[in-house]
Write a protein of this length. Structure first.
Lengths: 349, 349
DNA sequence: TTGTACGCGTTATCAT
DNA sequence: ATGATAACGCGTACAA
C-alpha cells in the first residue's frame, strides 16, 4: 500500500530518478520528448511528489504561513482567500494557522518556521507590538497586517513590514463625525486596554476626538468586553452594550471598535425597546459586508480589505524574492455614513 | 543561518542523536536524568524538530486535513475551531485547506494525501455524492460533514463516514411550518440544482412539503442564485430575492437555503419598501449566530454545529486508531421559530 | 542530455 | 540505557 515514488516513475519510464525530477521541476536541460513521456506517465499514475521530502531537501521550501488571530471575525475570510490564491499563483503552499486569543502568535510563528521551513509569514490580527528579541528569532521575512499602524514609526529602520490603516486617526475621524452630529456623551465598547492591540489604538483615537472638541473624558462610558475566547463577537458587543444601558451614565451614541460588536450592541438597544439611531446612534469599524445588510445599515470605517490583502501578499513575495525591501504601508480608510447614526436627540437618563 | 538540528542538541548534551529523539518522543527506555538534561537544553535553545523530516520518516505522520468548501460561510468557523483543537489534544497537526467552488474537493484530497501523508480527512461542505472510483483512491480514512444525509443509505455497507442532519426532512419540516401559517405561495432561493449538493436536498424537502399539503409546484417561484464565486453569500440572496420581487409571480414567503442568503433576501425586501414578516415571511437554514442578532430574528433550522464537529472529529480519530468503524450519523436539527415568519397576509401582486 | 550517488533531519533497528 | 547507522523521498552536484 506504499505510495508511488519518483523511483517507481523512473523505473516505469526506463529513466533515472533525476530525469524525472527534472521533468517535474521544469528544468531546462532535458529532452522535450523524454520530458513529455515522463509527464504522461505521471498524469496517468496520478503521482504527486511527497511534500515532506521536497521541503526537507529544498533550500527554498516554497511555503508561507498565514497566522490568523480571530478566525470568527468575517473580516479576515476575504483576506485569507486573496492571499492563498496569490501564493498559489507563485506555486507556493499556504499553511493556514489559527491562533487562540490566549496564544502568543510570535511563539506560534517561531515554531512553525522551524517545523516547516517557511519562506515567509503573514500575521493577521493580534497585537501590534511584540518582543523584538523574539521577533528577531523568526528566521523568515514576515509582515503584519490589520493590527494597526503607528504613523510615527514610518521613518524607523524596519526589518519587517506592516500594512494597515491608521487606526488611531480613523477612529478619531469617526468619533469627530459623531461629535459633529451633536453627540456629547459617546460610549465606547472596546476590546480591552491591557494589550497593545488595535483596540487600544482605536481607544486613543476616541480620546483624541474628545480632546480636540473639548469634551471631558468619562471613563464610565468606556466599556471593555468580557475577556472571552474571542473579544470581537456579537455576544460581547451585546453584553457590553447591555451593561452600558443598565448603567447610570447617559449617552446618545456608542462607538464599537468592530462592526461585529456594533451588531451585538444594536441588538441590546433594540431589546431595551429603543431605536437606532433615533434614541442611540451605533457606529462600528471595519466595514464588513454584513454592515450593509443589517438594519439599520451600519455607519462605520471601511478598511480596504482587498487592497490590503493584495498589497500585503505582493509585498511579502517581493521581499522573499529579494526584489524589494520591507515597508511600512498605511492604507486609506473610508468613513461610510449610513443609517445607524443620526443627529443627537435628548440623552436618555 | 542554518537551523539547529537534533545533531546540535546531541553534541551540546554529549549524547547520541537517538537519545535526543527518545527524549523528544517520550520513549520509555531512557534514563529520566538524561532525559531531563536533554529537555532542558531543548527548552533553552528553543529547538523544534523539523516537521518534514519527521513526516518523511514516520510511519504515522500525525496529521489530518480539514478540506473546506465555502470559507466565507460563518457556519464553518466554529466547526473548524473545534476540530483543530481536538486534533491538537491528540498531538496531531491540522492542515486547513480551502477549496474554491469550481475545484473538486476529492482531487484536492487526493493530492494532499500524497503530499502530506495524511492520516485522516474531514470534508466540510461540498457535494454529497462523488465518484466512488476516485474516493477509493484516497489512501486515508475520511468523513464528510454538513453535506447532507440520505436516510436510505444508512444500511449500506460504508467505508467512509458521513455526519449531517437530514436536510431533506428538515427542509420539509420548515416549509410545512410555513404552510401551516397559511402560506400557499412560497418562493425558494436555492443554490442551484445541477450539482448533488445540500441545496438539492433542501429543494427536494421543499417539494415534499408542497406535495404533502397538496400545493402545486410552481417553478417560477424557484430562484437559483448566480453562479458566483461563492453560492452562499448575502449578495446572492439579495440578487435572487430582487429577481423574485421584480417578477410577476406573487408569494407571501421565501425559503432561503441558508441563513446567509436569508439575510440578503431580507435586505431586498426592505429595499422594496416591504416589511418582514408582515408582507413577506423570510426563513433561512443553518442557525448561524447572526440570525439571532438580525432584525427581525431569523426563523430557521438550526444545525447542531458544535455537536456535529465534536462527534465528527472524535469519530475520525477513533477510525484512525482502529477503535471503531465508519458510521453514518444523522444529527437532529431544530426548528427555531423566531420573528421573520408570521401568518400569511394577502399575497402581493 | 542523462544517470549515479549523496545528503537533507528525523525515527527506528540493531548492536552494545 | 545508549550510540551507530540505515532508511524515508526527493533534489542536485558531478560524472558520463
Amino acid at each position: 500500500m506504499a505510495e508511488t515514488t519518483i523511483k517507481d516513475i523512473a523505473k516505469e519510464c526506463g529513466v533515472g530518478v533525476s530525469t524525472v525530477s527534472r521533468a517535474l521541476n521544469n528544468h531546462p536541460d532535458i529532452n522535450p520528448e523524454t520530458r513529455e513521456k515522463i509527464m504522461k506517465v505521471i498524469r496517468e499514475t496520478g503521482f504527486v511528489p511527497n511534500n515532506s521530502a521536497r521541503n526537507l531537501k529544498r533550500s527554498d521550501a516554497r511555503s508561507i504561513a498565514l497566522i490568523v488571530k480571530g478566525i470568527s471575525n468575517p473580516f479576515f475570510s476575504d483576506m485569507i482567500r486573496i492571499m492563498e490564491n496569490y501564493a498559489q499563483t507563485q506555486r507556493y503552499t499556504t499553511i493556514l494557522r489559527h491562533v487562540e486569543p490566549d496564544e502568543d502568535e510570535v511563539n506560534v510563528a517561531l515554531q512553525l518556521v522551524k517545523e516547516c521551513r517557511l519562506r515567509g509569514i503573514v500575521f493577521l490580527g493580534g497585537n501590534f507590538t511584540h518582543d523584538n528579541k523574539k521577533l528577531k528569532l523568526i528566521n523568515a521575512p514576515f509582515i503584519f497586517t490589520t493590527i494597526g499602524s503607528i504613523a510615527g514609526d514610518a521613518h524607523k529602520k524596519i526589518w519587517y513590514s506592516n500594512i494597515a490603516v491608521d487606526d488611531r486617526a480613523e477612529s478619531c475621524k469617526l468619533v469627530s463625525y459623531l461629535i459633529g452630529l451633536g453627540h456629547r456623551n459617546i460610549a465606547l465598547i472596546t476590546e480591552g486596554l491591557g494589550e497593545p492591540s488595535v483596540g487600544k489604538l482605536r481607544y486613543e483615537g476616541y480620546r483624541d476626538a474628545l480632546e480636540q472638541h473639548g469634551i471631558p473624558f468619562d471613563e464610565k462610558l468606556v466599556m471593555e468586553v468580557d475577556q472571552d475566547r474571542e473579544p470581537y463577537s456579537m455576544k460581547n458587543g451585546y453584553n457590553a452594550a447591555k451593561r452600558l444601558l443598565n448603567g447610570e451614565s447617559k449617552f446618545t451614541a456608542i462607538f464599537c471598535e468592530a462592526d461585529i460588536l456594533a451588531i451585538g450592541a444594536c441588538r441590546a438597544v433594540f431589546d431595551k425597546g429603543l431605536k437606532v439611531p433615533h434614541d442611540i446612534s451605533v457606529v462600528g469599524y471595519d466595514g464588513i459586508e454584513m454592515g450593509n445588510y443589517y438594519r439599520p445599515r451600519l455607519t462605520t470605517i471601511k478598511q480596504p480589505v482587498e487592497e490590503m490583502a493584495e498589497e500585503g501578499i505582493e509585498l511579502l513575495f517581493s521581499v522573499i524574492s529579494g526584489k524589494s525591501e520591507h515597508r511600512n504601508i498605511i492604507m486609506p480608510a473610508e468613513l461610510l455614513l449610513r443609517e445607524s447614526s443620526s443627529e443627537a436627540n435628548e440623552a436618555r437618563e
